[in-house]
Write a protein that binds this ligand. Sequence first.
Ligand code: CLF
Ligand code: SF4
Length: 498
Amino acid sequence: MSAGCRSTTSCGTTTPQQDPEIAEKIANHPCYSAEAHQYYARMHVAVAPACNIQCNYCNRKYDCANESRPGVTSDLLTPEDAFAKVKLVASEIKQMSVLGIAGPGDPLANPKQTFRTMELVARDCPDIKLCLSTNGLRLPEFVDRIADLNVDHVTITINMIDPEVGERIYPWVAYKGQRYTGREASRILSEQQLEGLAALADRKILCKVNSVLIPGVNDTHLVEVSRTVKELGAFLHNVMPLVSAPEHGTHFGLTGQRGPTAQELKALQDRCEQDDGAEMNMMRHCRQCRSDAVGLLGEDRGDEFSPETYQGREIAYDLEGRQAAHEEIERWRSEVAMTRESLNISTGMTLPTGPAAPDEPAIPALRPAEVVLVAVATKGSGVVNQHFGHAGEFWIYEAAPGWARLVQTRDVDRYCNGPSDCDDDEGDGKGPSKLDQTIEMLADCAAVLCSKIGPGPREALEDAGIEPVEIYDLIDKAVAEVGGRLITDRAPAEVGTP
Ligand code: CLF
Ligand code: SF4
């Protein structure tokens, strides 16, 4: 394995985002660009059932937890059915730009199904990006095949680079017909992962590394992981929270291993990004999708595409309609970018808005010394456009004058099903109401921006010291304005860095 420096940033020349080839690859990939995820959707097809390792956070009844929340199950498809479904979804949800294969097992433990699906899609759907997510055990073996198929994006789940840490995460791996346990298992897995990553980076295939943050097991170690994968050429690091509960039936769930809090997750992501010399691009908007997810990140429109809608049907591919829809999205994105520029607002990592503008500012702007956290209710398109009670998730921004940076998304239980709920969320008397839980989830935020909010939740937020702001505007503009006002209005001693 070669471990030479492939990172141009550390050599002081160009950032990866300034490379036009990379800019083109991330421009409409919702996972690789936080900005793109407001406009473009992904879909997964569940064609890969088997797995060749065991993770302590996985229960084989469910999807691969390296990209999914434990406890969800996807129906398995043949490559031919998957192909039909892709054509149907792509024609109906025209902003769908990426097809990912991420389970329900490991795609590279099922190479025939995975590559057959990709071949069919590459042949007939030229505008869809192909994306793969793997545990990496068989990656070196398939790097050439991946490159030949023009798979632009590969995610490898790397939870450790030290087998001593690894043996607490992986009880066994099955490699070349043999089953390994203990440190030996993690040593083999880690070597394969890092060798595969370096080989992909050599071929200019964009690599994201996913890591599951397991408090007390690999939390502090992940900074070292971040530094190592960056040196080997990874473009992005996605540190995801362990989701662990006894009902998932996983080893960690059954032994009481907890997941991190939202604050612990953010602190670790900040460390990987800023401290300890890691300085990695961090993904902050992952939704831990299921292996048959369809739609924008954070929404799941899978139910609209049941097998009867595509199985055995001849489905035409609406390439022209898709191109027109993408042009319209790019027009709107340019308008948003121009507004941001005219107001001098930085999003921390201003990625190019499309292949035509690869030399736009791409260097992470300096984070102001004083920021506040602001929560946003949105349905996408770069606009604050959702009612407070309709939000199933809030986007958490760092805010300051001229600064609006997405740093996290947090799930909540949407509590409002109509006007009568707007004012009335008393709960069932058995525990905190959904509104209470939402407010607890946003406890470290100074304000919440939403298009509408009822008097009841408004009062409850105010009581909790969170300012509700009713607004319908561009997110970046509204966040920077509200954050700027809050910081300016506060006495200096009250303002801290969350
Ligand atoms: Fe799918 Fe993964 Fe490709 Fe995205 S998901 S295979 S890179 S197209 Fe994205 Fe979903 Fe997070 Fe994955 S939000 S779980 S990072
Ligand atoms: Fe489960 Fe995915 Fe780990 Fe395999 S790689 S054991 S499917 S989480």
